[in-house]
Design a protein around this ligand. Structure first.
Ligand code: NAP
Length: 262
């Protein structure tokens, strides 16, 4: 399917690996030029080089922590020089697992910064330009935890639910300007993050990480973890011309793990 977005410009934050990279690659495959970001410069440059070689699009890299205002300003300068963003995919690392008794105010502030206030700051910075153009797409990578909380991910459950509430209202305010905002909710996907959660589950249950992975996959109706590639393709569709009537939605990609009728 032609997604109709060839030549558009996207910012994809936290995109040197995993789900962010899956989204960046799928957008590049659709002909979208990219501004990519991650803290580690080497992996970021490697990912950007592969995308340029595979898809022939322009890729600008901005290495640094997306939770810091200076990095977001640098991204703004880079994309402004290219005529502004048409597409914004927000992503950042997820908070660590734990028990409700573990978390103090500072832990919540960190989680809120990464998984709620940073995507909000990015949207606040780039929505006006999209609204001026009369066209824009925002996809926030959140988590299935906003529909079905994972008890050990209390920091994530809290911060992402806040972002979800913000998107529910804001998406209706910008929709009249041709700009859509939606959230993409990963269930378990085979990335570094999943490996580290497998290790946490293994430790808690006294089993090996492989056994923990097998157990976690067995609990998913699809009987496997998702891939960054299929996640990226859904993200690219949500950024396409065909998704213009999708507003304020929470799209779950979880292999059927969340059991609910709607
Ligand atoms: P991942 O494989 O660990 O990749 C994270 C990516 O984000 C890397 O490129 C990392 O590069 C970058 N990053 C992390 N923190 C950053 C920061 N502060 N500033 C800039 N870049 C940053 O993670 P993932 O599995 O793709 O997960 C992406 C998001 O989806 C996370 O928020 C995660 O909690 C959520 N999620 C994942 C799953 C899953 O099963 N994979 C399920 C539900 C929700 P650097 O480390 O070099 O910065």
């Amino acid at each position: 399917m032609d997604l109709g977005i060839s030549g558009k410009r996207a910012i994809v934050t936290a995109s040197s690996k995993g789900l962010g990279l899956g989204c960046a690659r799928a957008l590049a495959e659709a002909g979208v030029h990219l501004v990519m970001n991650a803290r580690g410069g080497d992996a970021l440059e490697e990912a950007a080089k592969a995308i340029r070689a595979d898809f022939g699009v322009e890729v600008t890299t901005v290495a640094g922590d997306i939770t810091e205002e200076a990095q977001r300003d640098e991204i703004m300068q880079a994309i402004r020089a290219q005529g502004g963003a048409d597409i914004l995919v927000t992503n950042a690392g997820g908070p660590p697992p734990g028990m409700w008794t573990d978390w103090e105010r500072d832990d919540f502030i960190k989680a809120l910064d990464a998984n709620m206030l940073t995507p909000i700051a990015l949207m606040k910075a780039h929505l006006p330009g999209m609204m001026d153009k009369g066209w824009g797409r925002v996809v926030n990578i959140t988590s299935m935890s906003v529909k079905a909380p994972n008890p050990v991910l209390g920091l994530s459950n809290s911060a992402r639910t806040g972002l979800t509430g913000y998107v529910a209202g804001t998406s209706r305010q910008v929709a009249p300007h041709g700009v859509t905002i939606n959230n993409l909710l990963p269930g378990i996907h085979a990335t570094d993050r999943a490996v580290s959660l497998d290790q946490g589950a293994a430790k808690a249950q006294g089993v090996t990480p492989d056994e923990a992975k097998t157990q976690r996959a067995a609990g998913i109706p699809a009987r496997r973890y998702g891939t960054a590639e299929e996640f990226g393709q859904t993200c690219a569709f949500m950024c396409s011309v065909h998704a213009g009537y999708m507003v304020g939605q929470n799209i779950l990609l979880d292999g059927g793990a969340v059991t609910s009728t709607m």
